[in-house]
Design a protein around this ligand. Structure first.
Ligand code: KMT
Ligand code: NI
Length: 178
């Protein structure tokens, strides 16, 4: 299942958990307030899962592909991982479904603190357009993930600072009510 916590600020190996001492967990409700949503699905039947079909239909996730992140399968593995771990935002939601292995998605909270979201097989997550985030493998160095998108995918990442983008301003104002 999904677990999340506030990160320590050490620059050591990004693949380590970086928990605070004492551990400071973050609940699904806290994530919701940031616009981050989570589903738990049966990844063993992703190609015929009515629950996944329903989510895709309801939310308009027409596009999907599958990326396997491992040094033997992903071209330019090191460079891509370095890019994924640069703090960035996108003009659209980032929707990822972990089909195998594990990974971390880090998101900024309202006070600009890092929250680490630990994802494993069966976890589907949506990060809202405009949220600052980054991605890394964990110590196991492998994940297989479905990437979903509303319409034609736009992969462009805007590294921080990207505060002048309308999508960023829209996201920040959406937080004020919550
Ligand atoms: C992104 O934009 O942060 C990513 O695409 C992360 C890697 S996909 C599992
Ligand atoms: Ni991203």
């Amino acid at each position: 299942a999904l677990e999340a916590w506030y990160m320590d600020s050490s620059d050591e190996d990004q693949r380590e958990p970086h928990r605070l001492h004492p551990h400071q967990p973050v609940s699904l409700d806290q994530l919701k307030e940031l616009g981050v949503f989570h589903w738990r699905l049966d990844a063993d039947r992703y190609d015929s899962d009515p629950e996944l079909s329903r989510i895709r239909q309801e939310r308009g996730y027409s596009y999907m592909d599958i990326i396997t992140i491992h040094e033997d399968t992903l071209p330019n593995y090191e460079e891509k991982l370095r890019m994924f771990y640069e703090e960035h935002l996108h003009s659209d939601d980032e929707i990822r479904y972990i089909l195998d292995g594990r990974a971390y998605f880090d998101v900024r909270d309202k006070e600009d603190r890092w929250i680490r979201i630990s994802m494993s097989k069966g976890d589907l997550i949506t990060l809202p357009a405009g949220i600052y985030h980054r991605f890394t493998l964990d110590r196991t160095n492998y994940t297989k993930a479905m990437r979903l998108f509303v319409g034609e995918p736009v992969w462009k990442a805007h590294n921080r600072p990207a505060d002048h983008f309308p999508v960023r301003q829209k996201y920040v104002s959406s937080l004020q009510g919550s």
